[in-house]
Write a protein that binds this ligand. Sequence first.
Ligand code: SAM
Length: 332
Amino acid sequence: MSQPSLIDNFGRPITYLRLAVTDRCNLRCFYCMPEEGIKFLPRKELLSYEEMERLVHVACQAGIRKVRITGGEPFARRDMISFLERLRKIPALEELHITTNGVLTEQYIDKLKEINISSINLSLDTLDPERFLQITRRNELQSVLNTFDKLLAANIPVKINMVVMDGKNTQDIIPMAEMARDNGISIRYIEEMPFNGTGTSKARLLWDHGAILNQLKSAYPDISKVNDPRHSTAYHYQIPGFSGNIGIIAAYTRTFCGSCNRIRVTSQGTLKTCLYDHGALDIKTLLRNGATDQELINAIAGAIGNRHKDGWAAEASRTQKDHHESMSTIGG
Ligand code: SAM
């Protein structure tokens, strides 16, 4: 079935779906979720693999070309590889990516290579074991580093995502950049967002993209801006002599919304047309009430046609102003 592409009410084409496959995680990063008392969704509240596969099929009929699997931790859900294999068979799906914390990932890398995964985003906020433990509340740095080494050996494109947090890991900005010197990988620094699952947020973000760039400039005075790929959320930089590149994602200051081409589906099947909105459509109910493909496409297109201009407008529209959500339920 040929369908017009999805275009929002500000003329932005939507081609990229981020799909959270679980809300569970094997780490407890303090900026993402509290250590205890998290109410994980009962299994029946999560979209099943069959439902997610259908959703991706339908989304691709409507114009989605790139899917990122995220969560929660994707590899904390059983049979993830079979699901990825099934997604890989959808002809219109050009790119399939995963964001993972890397703790359980090493054992799946051969399979990921086999299914020709487009790239892996590995979340890693520090190279220091003590700080890793403080930030994630788990002692798993070595497993993540093993995953990293094996991804490089398998020649799978890798980006490392580091959330930059005042008083926690800013001393890691430069050591992390050094990983891009010889490895040809991308290091991306992310502004901390308020989605920590506790409803508390900072009055002001000290380490915004300007501060991160200044820190990089102090070590690499010749760092220079390079062109950003279309729809990129990162500002890209090159350091002379480095084979890889540097990106800074202004996730909190939200300066990239004008070219945003992405939607999200949370693990409980809610469509979000912006990370900061409170949910635009209950896809799970539509799927479970027998909606046809066309009805699903119409509902998704309708939500996209009613999108907020940017993350600030989306946030202002929330009835609940504090951010009790965790990125693990939204799908980071
Ligand atoms: N478990 C996977 C992982 O760790 O990559 C995927 C889910 S995780 C929620 C996706 C990304 O969101 C990670 O890179 C994580 O660091 C980021 N993230 C989570 N909470 C965040 C916050 N409050 N601010 C900025 N980034 C956050």
